[in-house]
Design a protein around this ligand. Structure first.
Ligand code: XMP
Length: 513
């Protein structure tokens, strides 16, 4: 195992991710980790980048015992400056920030670290820089702007690099990380998702102990299902899953979740029907952010109330809360770039922690979505669920534009159901990242039989995207759209017209609200 000590860079987790692409296991711990308190001996240590300046008061520093481990050490960006600070304090603010690509020029052609990466593009992102060589170090690589782009100790396997090999903009960066882990640290390349399951189950058991109990919300989505299944494998019925039916779920969703998770996967699941409570609170509210807030707060309220009804066998309170947090959520929450402007407040259950005094378990926090899906398949979760499109926490409430009433929800739900059914039938479901129907709060004139109709409009949306930050609309065949439109108008009461949304993100967002 390679130990990654995290100094807070938004890229830190990518280091473990890249190593895993070579089946090398790496564990990330905070930079303040005491080496004497580690229960295992790393084969090598990587010091990550970070948003601080090593010379500032309060800047984080590594436990010097790391050098007594006598294993190879690689400092990246802040990590390299930390090495320089410890060995002669040769760090200062640069005249200007260096941000963007540079070309790596390897000086020490035989350095094991740089085999196969000479002249490649590397990504820089730093304000501070070395203004001299730390004591006992030599230069092993340069770039146009950085005379100290790569350094190494004269006699020990201690390396520093100014750029970020973990980001894909550094074209050969992952080779460098592999060189470090395999050629210098002799780490084994035997990490697999199967091993992850075993170690994670063991970690959960150690964390929870022999009697404590855990609760977690499930939604019918991939992340909460995978997290719950893993938890069930680890502690069985001491894990309690709760599905809150908020009245704005998809058609038959609660029953489907009960069947797949409860009956099929053996998860100890309770379904709570709180639809009326949610819908009555949503009455008269048309503003999307208000809707989100109401749903978020009501969820916390209902979850706490229902959780209190679950009585653990040892008579004590439930101690832990399971969350299906993924790596991208983690980056977002630790990003040091400052809060970005809120376009939409995305629902999360963070509020539960403060109120319920629960300890958090996040077994998926190291994983990317594709890894979670792989894990889900290995855990025996049905393929269709593993590859399901994402569904927002506020559900159909943000797909019924304007005020949410039970009858409006029903219209949107039926239209959505038909749309998704046709997408699946056409074999397109997995080619599309997300698809749904929205009910627009406008009426339009139509004619059915000999009757004039005056009813609402459904807008269909389907997007292609890899990260949901940008997206393009999906180019359906005209016949497909014709079929869906005709079915919706014929089968869903209250709809007289169907449109297809052909806006990309940006400028539009994925959801209409
Ligand atoms: P937007 O509309 O922001 O959507 O372009 C990007 C992705 O986020 C989902 N989304 C939400 N998910 N709570 C959620 O859990 C929300 O309030 C929310 N709003 C949008 C959206 O479905 C898409 O996948």
């Amino acid at each position: 195992t390679i130990l990654v000590l995290d100094f807070g860079s938004q890229y830190s987790h990518l280091i473990t991710r890249r190593l895993r692409e070579f089946n090398i296991y790496a564990e990330m711990l905070p930079c303040t980790q005491k080496i004497s308190e580690l229960s295992w001996k790393p084969k090598g240590v990587i010091l990550s980048g970070g948003p601080y300046s090593v010379y500032e008061d309060g800047a984080p520093h590594v436990d010097h015992d790391v050098f007594a481990l006598d294993v190879p050490i690689l400092g990246i960006c802040y990590g390299m400056q930390e090495l320089a600070w410890i060995n002669g304090k040769q760090v200062a603010r640069g005249e200007k920030r260096e941000y963007g690509p540079a070309t790596l020029n390897v000086v020490d052609k035989v350095s094991p670290l740089f085999q196969g990466v000479d002249h490649s593009r590397v990504w820089m992102s730093h304000g501070d820089k070395l203004h001299g060589l730390p004591t006992g170090f030599k230069v092993i690589a340069t770039s146009d702007n950085s005379p100290y782009c790569g350094i190494s100790h004269e006699s020990k396997p201690i390396y520093g690099i100014q750029f970020h090999p973990e980001v894909t903009h550094s074209t050969h960066g992952k080779i460098l990380l592999k060189n470090f882990a395999v050629d210098l640290c002799h780490a084994q390349q035997n990490w697999t998702m199967e091993n992850f399951i075993d170690t994670e189950i063991q970690r959960i058991r150690n964390l929870v102990g022999p009697t404590a109990e855990v609760i977690g919300a499930v939604s019918g989505g991939v992340d909460s299902t995978v997290a719950s299944k893993l938890m069930t494998e680890a502690i069985g019925d001491r894990f309690h899953a709760l599905l809150v039916d908020n009245g704005v779920l998809r058609l038959n969703e609660a029953a489907m979740v009960k069947e797949t998770l409860g009956d099929g996967l053996g998860i100890n699941l309770t379904v709570v029907d709180a639809s009326e409570e949610f819908l009555s609170k949503l009455k008269g509210v048309a503003d999307p952010e208000k809707k989100r807030k109401i749903i978020g707060n009501t969820f916390i309220h209902v979850f706490e109330r229902e959780a209190a009804k679950i009585k653990p066998r040892d008579g004590k309170d439930i101690e832990f809360l399971l969350q299906g947090t993924l790596y991208p959520d983690v980056i977002e929450s630790i990003s040091f770039k400052g809060p970005s402007q809120t376009i939409k407040t995305h629902h999360n259950v963070g509020g539960l922690l403060e109120d319920m005094k629960l300890k958090l378990i996040e077994p998926l926090r190291e994983l990317f979505k594709d890894e979670v899906r792989h894990l889900g398949e290995l855990l025996g979760i049905p393929h269709d669920l593993v590859w399901r499109h994402p569904f927002p926490g506020p559900g159909i409430a943000i797909r019924v534009l304007g005020e949410v009433t039970p009858s409006q929800v029903q219209i949107a739900r039926m239209a959505d159901h038909i749309y998704i059914e046709e997408i699946k039938r056409a074999g397109l479901y997995h080619k599309i990242a997300q698809a749904f129907a929205c009910l627009l709060p406008v009426k339009s004139v139509g004619v059915m039989g000999d009757q004039r109709t005056y009813e609402q409009v459904i807008a269909l949306r389907a997007i292609e995207t890899s990260d949901f930050m940008t997206a393009d609309w999906f180019p359906f065949e005209h016949d497909f759209l014709k079929r869906v439109a005709s079915r919706i108008v014929n089968e869903v009461d209250g709809v007289a017209r169907v449109t297809y949304d052909i806006t990309s993100k940006p400028p539009a967002t994925v959801e209409w609200e």
